[in-house]
Ligand binder design. Sequence first.
Ligand SMILES: *Cc1c(COP(=O)(O)O)cnc(C)c1O
Ligand SMILES: [Zn+2]
Length: 392
Amino acid sequence: MSAPSTLLHLQCSQCGQQISAASIQNLCPCGKPLYARYDLKRAAATLNPQSLLMRAKSLWRYAEVLPGCQPVTLGEGFTPVLPAERLGASMGLKSLYVKDEALNPTGSFKARGMAVAVSQARHLGAKVLAAPTAGNAGGALAAYAAAAGLKSVIVMPADTPQANQMECRAFGATVVALPGLISDCGRYVAERKAREGWYDVSTLKEPYRVEGKKTMGYELWEQFGRKLPDVILYPTGGGVGLIGMCKAFDEMQEMGWIGAARPRMVAVQASGCAPIVRAWEQHRATAEPIQNAATTASGLRVPSPLGDFLILRMLRETRGTALAVSDAEMLAAGRELAAAEGIYAAPEGAATVAAIRKLAAAGWVQPDESIVLFNTGTGYKYAEAWQQALQD
Ligand SMILES: *Cc1c(COP(=O)(O)O)cnc(C)c1O
Ligand SMILES: [Zn+2]
């Protein structure tokens, strides 16, 4: 685990400008997200199947392609890929799997991004970390800030699930609950951060949450016997998971691990907030903000994702697709997943079950293809949603 990071610099995902990785950064001056870039030739020399055998089963095993900071760790990453045979058989699919991100600290894959972002922010001298959140990102930020000995300020819509609000308070964060959506919370942070001395760790507004989340792509390759599955379904809010995995695949190709073929990436959204699906159906390169966004899947309530152009480009380049499911469909699918496979998913994760059923019925996936559904979070934090859905 003492392998060195090969981080070189940051580079704009849109205009290509290079920016130093030696100090804290937010967006490129052009307003778009920055990517961390590595010396992948040097990384490939020590990051390989043999060396990986010896490493800790956490996301920090990919140290060469992560920033070189002292990890703040609570045991994030290397979540199981569970075969979903009964569920698959019910829709004629022979190789259906669930990557269960609920097993991460704080119960969601947000732990991956925050583990890396908080570690690097502390390394670069940040003292107070602030973020707007639709739910799970706040819990993860508050937990990792506590573990790092830093302060955090979490701004969330007042109707965020109770569990998310309570965990942030328990972790000692300053919690601001606002009427409105995550976009209003984002504005609140943006307006105050300079005056208050906060480091803004909003989705895609700092470079390292993507780095934490990309490790899902590296893990899949290891867990599928050094190959990638044919199709990946991902519940898409800000799209960081999707963007991160596609970045990982590009890095893996440059290191000679895989060829040019990619899993077909599927963005699953809630019909009450589906900016990416709407843009995809209209063959647009960017998304229009959704007015009056509403869904019980709080992680999908992102009306105007900053990385829209990246998500849409990746769906095109991987010959993927985007589709929406209703709240009723995702809650019914969540019950089905729980009863068939013993996995109690967040509504966001359950949405992928409803989506794969539609894609299978439409013939968009073939019976023999290997398909991974991402359960991005635990069902245990969504008492309000499940209470309604489980009444009958
Ligand atoms: C945040 C979140 C999502 C959306 O993730 P992105 O990578 O931002 O698209 C999905 N599911 C859950 C449970 C979340 O907390
Ligand atoms: Zn730029």
